[in-house]
Design a protein around this ligand. Structure first.
Ligand code: HEM
Ligand SMILES: *[C@@H]1O[C@H](CO)[C@@H](O)[C@H](O)[C@H]1NC(C)=O
Ligand SMILES: *[C@@H]1O[C@H](CO)[C@@H](O)[C@H](O)[C@H]1NC(C)=O
Length: 322
């Protein structure tokens, strides 16, 4: 008798997203998809930095204890030092927070109290990736928002540019991502910006010989005042900065990547063959990126009483409990 029950438990374990569905809001908020799509279109048309900004925020939210919108909570008298206060989240784009609050406002008018902030983040990220040229993938819905947000959780979860390839691989495999998933996901660096301080030690005082000399000269020029003007930043992808394509992989094979860790991808024997494949075959990259993003989007999802549908994305409903 015990066998079938055990079997069922094991069978259902890997699918923490079992309660999510594509049609979650079909009856309760039928305009969900349309509201996200229209707001994303308007915002991205006006502010092209939105897509990379939200894509990065989505990754940081999900990799830190799940896709639960914990990254959106603002510090207050009751909640100090939330995820977004962590040093690694300091440069997250204000436009990423803005698009989510716009969509949430529209949802609260159309179907009050129904749609979670974490579902909005997941769906809006997908729509933005598609809008700037990237692949489509399914986003299952029904996430609840976290009741906790703690900056201390961020360092333990995120990869950083100071890490070795071994350490970065460990961060991804700890979350059940393969090396292939990791390489595909890092292809996200085909859009967006990096602030000078993230690569300044590759250009000052001397140039890192693994950087393409022309890129290095350009970066030394752009970043010359970066200690005074900390907003100075460079495009991640020098070829096609605003288009989601496979140029990132072509770039890093030529020393045209900004981050040292992106350079590692192009030389490490575990990752270089995958980089070469994606550089030659955009469809292979898109297929793997889509699959890996679907996997990211169900990381540590909270359903039922493990979370709540926040009234405002930047505050817990009961502000006192944390
Ligand atoms: C492999 C480990 C990774 C490291 C060490 C890393 C590090 C960084 C750093 C330092 C920046 C520059 C931030 C700034 O100066 O504002 C950045 C930007 C970015 N990252 Fe990553 N990243 C990694 C993987 C990923 C993944 C997996 C994704 C998404 C799936 C991603 C998406 C982005 C995006 C879209 C930007 C541009 C953000 C913007 O323009 O606002 N990164 N990353
Ligand atoms: C969606 O909801 C409508 C009613 O609003 C219903 O007729 C339809 O069958 C539902 N579709 C799915 C796929 O659940
Ligand atoms: C750096 O500062 C100097 C002096 O203020 C200015 O002339 C120069 O244009 C600045 N460079 C950049 C790239 O902003």
């Amino acid at each position: 008798m015990a066998y079938p029950i055990l079997f069922l438990i094991f069978l259902s374990l890997p699918f923490s997203s079992a309660k999510l569905s594509l049609k979650y809001y079909n009856a309760t908020c039928p305009d969900f998809e349309k509201i996200v799509r229209e707001n994303v279109f308007n915002k991205q048309s006006a502010v092209p930095a939105t897509a990379p900004g939200l894509l990065r925020m989505f990754f940081h939210d999900c990799i830190t204890d799940g896709c639960d919108a914990s990254i959106l909570i603002a510090s207050s008298a009751y909640n100090h030092h939330t995820e977004r206060d962590a040093e690694l989240n300091a440069a997250l784009s204000g436009d990423a927070f803005d698009i989510i609050s716009r969509i949430k406002n529209a949802m609260e008018l159309a179907c009050p109290g129904i749609v979670s902030c974490s579902d909005i983040v997941a769906q809006a990220t997908r729509d933005l990736v598609k809008m700037v040229g990237g692949p489509f993938y399914n986003v299952r819905l029904g996430r609840k928002d976290s009741k906790v947000s703690d900056a201390k959780r961020v360092d333990a979860s995120l990869p950083t540019t100071k890490m070795t390839m071994d350490q970065i691989i460990e961060k991804f495999t700890a979350k059940k991502f393969s090396i292939r998933d990791m390489v595909a996901l890092t292809g996200a660096h085909t859009i967006g910006f990096t602030h000078c301080k993230e690569f300044s030690d590759r250009i000052y005082p001397t140039v890192d010989p693994t950087l393409h000399p022309k890129l290095a000269a350009g970066l030394r020029q752009i970043c010359q005042n970066y200690t005074i003007d900390t907003s100075m930043a460079a495009f991640n992808d020098v070829r096609s900065p605003s288009t989601f394509d496979n140029a990132f992989f072509k770039n890093i094979l030529k020393g045209l990547g900004l981050l040292r860790t992106d350079y590692f991808l192009s030389v490490d024997p575990r990752t270089r063959p995958i980089v070469e494949e994606y550089a030659k075959d955009q469809q292979a990259f898109f297929k793997d990126f889509a699959k890996a993003m679907e996997k990211v989007s169900v990381l540590g999802v909270k359903t039922g009483h493990k979370g709540e549908v926040r009234n405002r994305c930047d505050q817990f409903n009961n502000n006192i409990h944390a």
